[in-house]
Design a protein around this ligand. Structure first.
Ligand code: ADP
Ligand code: ZN
Length: 630
């Protein structure tokens, strides 16, 4: 069905928003972006995950097609998700399709025919597809007929090697502009550090495009970073106390770790699955589908999982290993709470993470020195965030160039960490590194240095005569975990470097001099005993971020009961249509229906998320389900 059968001829963007998507107002900058693109302008859209990027190209696509401009080509790297994205549009009554390699020649030909007859509003395709001779030919034919309305390049940061999802195929997208300079283009991404943004503009030749930069804040996400002590137990406790039965993602660095953690969670009775690039594509697809379709599933994954996962009710994102940089961290944590309801971003991190990440950069054989330097700088910024004592959100947003006030919704705001004057400890550590180097002519690793500081005459210490050093035993006042904390923070502050090319030995950096000479003092974050669940500032109960709790608090018994029935009904419809439940109706829409207990189609039509097509298709059913005897 074409949308023109649903809405008035020449609909305005606001008509489309209401009639097709069932929403009454644009969010933030959506209105300006849509107006600019409808008018044929190029745009670069930087908006956080969950900000509402899809409507920014879907509405112009519909408006422009109705005005006779033809099809919008959406370039998206996510072949696995195109089916659901297109499914959601079809549910809303928009004629959309995708082109991918699983289609037969006949299927592709049928699609091409539809396109040339101006029957499609949106066509999704992967970037590698755009470059095939057949696709180029098709685009040229459409262009000749004046039926090429707009190119929307989703996840545009994939074009940049500074981004965290570099896809070389994206590079060739500059051809679009060269071949069809008069067709408007928009590029959209949730990643926006300065370097990536500049690279994106250059690579995609978007110098003349208008930039729309939204606030990157995700106020409903609570950020927590705790010291890694016993990660497996810490994770289990976190899920059991704060997210029992809820959907979430757990990121680990290695495939092996992913498998172990998924098995551990399952053993503890939590619905969990593993996902990484080592699994075959079919299994990955199956697991992704289950994650999207089943309630309360935990996905344990490497970073191979997640780009574009638009499941709205992911209630937590946990990092068991540190990501490479803040962009990666922000993108991954951004997958929580797309529905705007509370979500947790929780990370454990320790000295080993710092060492590992440094080593990966230093020992990379493919990267140039320039590239390594940039990556080290990005890692340092993440370390500073992790070790920092100020509001996490202020630090995060600051990294993206946005000023903000302490948020009251992160661990550092809720539980301000104590700071201690670690100048003495830092000097001891630094001078120990110095003395050892002087005495032996080589550097040593963290374990050995801590043994010397704490006065432990291990075999190695004695063998090198390090028990004779003036620094032997000067650090007995602090325990090993405190020394680790000191060292980690010295590394984060760039006073000490871990040399991955020489067995992870520790080296002094130039700035260490001033500390050694007593010219600057070092204030460090007091490590909180991290095994306890986080507590709010007012003391009392552990902070709980449960959506179930919120729903219960706001719905009365009758409404709750209706919500249950509506959800069962939705599950059946979703299954029949082979789509995730949220594509049929969002939780928020069902909750509003349950609360208002509508009696007529007219009552229903005012509910957010209820477009004209969905009202036609499901309205009567929804009323029947609502009215069922209790
Ligand atoms: P992004 O692609 O930026 O991560 P989406 O386009 O998936 O975000 O939108 C996030 C959610 O917000 C979706 O569920 C979408 O339906 C909803 N949404 C977007 N714009 C509006 C709006 N103007 N009013 C209400 N809901 C909206
Ligand atoms: Zn804060």
């Amino acid at each position: 069905m074409s949308p023109s059968t649903l809405i008035s001829p020449l609909p305005t963007p606001l008509d489309v928003l209401g009639q097709v998507f069932g929403y009454s107002e644009f969010r933030g900058p959506q209105e300006d972006i849509v107006a600019h693109v409808v008018a044929g302008g190029d745009a670069l859209v930087l908006m956080p995950t969950g900000g509402g990027k899809s409507l920014c190209y879907q509405i112009p696509a519909i408006v422009r097609q109705n005005a006779g401009h033809g099809v919008t080509i959406v370039i998206s790297p996510l072949i696995a998700l195109m089916h659901d994205q297109v499914g959601a549009l079809l549910e809303a009554g928009v004629s959309a399709a995708f082109l991918n390699s699983t289609q037969t020649y006949e299927e592709s030909s049928a699609l091409e025919k539809q396109l040339l007859n101006n029957q499609l509003t949106l066509l999704y395709a992967a970037p590698e597809r755009i470059n095939t001779p057949r696709m180029k030919g098709l685009l040229t034919s459409l262009h000749e007929r004046g039926l090429l309305s707009l190119f929307a390049i989703d996840e545009a940061h994939c074009v940049s090697q500074w981004g965290h999802d570099f896809r070389p195929e994206y590079r060739s997208l500059s051809l679009l502009h060269e071949t069809f300079p008069d067709v408007p283009r928009m590029a959209l991404t949730a990643t926006a550090d300065h370097l990536t943004r500049q690279d994106m503009i250059e690579r995609l030749k978007l110098e003349a495009a208008r930039e729309f930069v939204s606030s990157f804040d995700r106020p409903n996400i609570r950020y927590t970073i705790v010291e890694k002590t016993d990660p497996t137990r810490q994770l289990l406790r976190f899920i059991q106390t704060e997210h029992d039965g809820e959907a979430g993602i757990v990121y680990c660095q290695s495939r092996k770790r992913v498998e172990e953690i998924a098995a551990m969670l399952e053993g503890a009775g939590i619905k969990a699955m593993a996902y990484h690039a080592g699994l075959d594509a079919k299994l990955r697809q199956q697991r992704q589908d289950r994650f999207l379709r089943e309630d309360g599933m935990v996905m344990v994954a490497t970073i191979a999982f997640g780009m574009g996962i638009d499941k709205p009710d992911v209630r937590f994102v946990a990092h068991l290993d540190m990501p490479k940089n803040i962009e990666g961290y922000y993108q991954e944590t951004g997958r929580g709470g797309r529905d705007g309801l509370p979500a947790n971003a929780w990370m454990v991190y320790g000295l080993q993470d710092v060492v590992n990440q440094r080593r990966m950069i230093d020992t990379s054989e493919v990267a140039s020195e320039e590239f390594k330097a940039v990556m080290r700088g990005k890692l340092d910024a993440l370390l500073t965030l992790a070790e920092g004592t100020r509001c996490r959100r202020v630090s995060l947003l600051g990294y993206f160039g946005e000023a903000s006030q302490p948020c009251g919704n992160c661990d550092n705001c809720l539980n301000p960490p104590a700071v201690w004057d670690a100048t003495e400890a830092a000097r001891k550590m630094l001078s120990c590194i110095y003395r050892v180097q002087q005495a032996s002519g080589i550097n040593f690793g963290a374990g050995h240095l801590m043994d010397i500081l704490r006065g432990k005459p291990t075999e190695k210490v004695v063998q090198y005569g390090h028990d004779q050093l003036s620094t032997f035993g000067i650090g007995h006042g602090l325990g090993e975990s405190e020394w680790r904390g000191v060292l980690r923070q010295l590394i984060a502050s760039n006073l000490v470097r871990v040399n991955a090319e020489a067995f992870n030995t520790l080296q002094l950096m130039p700035d260490a001099r001033a500390v050694l000479k007593g010219e600057v003092s070092v204030l460090l974050r007091q490590q909180a005993p991290s095994s306890k669940p986080e507590r709010s500032k007012r003391g009392g109960k552990p902070v709980k971020t449960s959506v179930k709790g919120m729903a219960e608090a706001t719905l009365n018994a009758g409404a709750l009961e209706r919500l249950g029935r509506l959800k069962s009904w939705r599950a059946e419809v979703a299954k029949e249509h082979n789509l995730p439940a949220f594509v049929i109706f969002h939780d928020a829409t069902l909750r509003a229906i349950a609360e208002q207990a509508p009696n007529t189609l007219h009552d229903l039509s005012g509910i957010s998320g209820m477009g004209v097509k969905k009202l036609q298709a499901y309205g009567a059913e929804v009323l029947r389900v609502c009215a069922e005897p209790q």
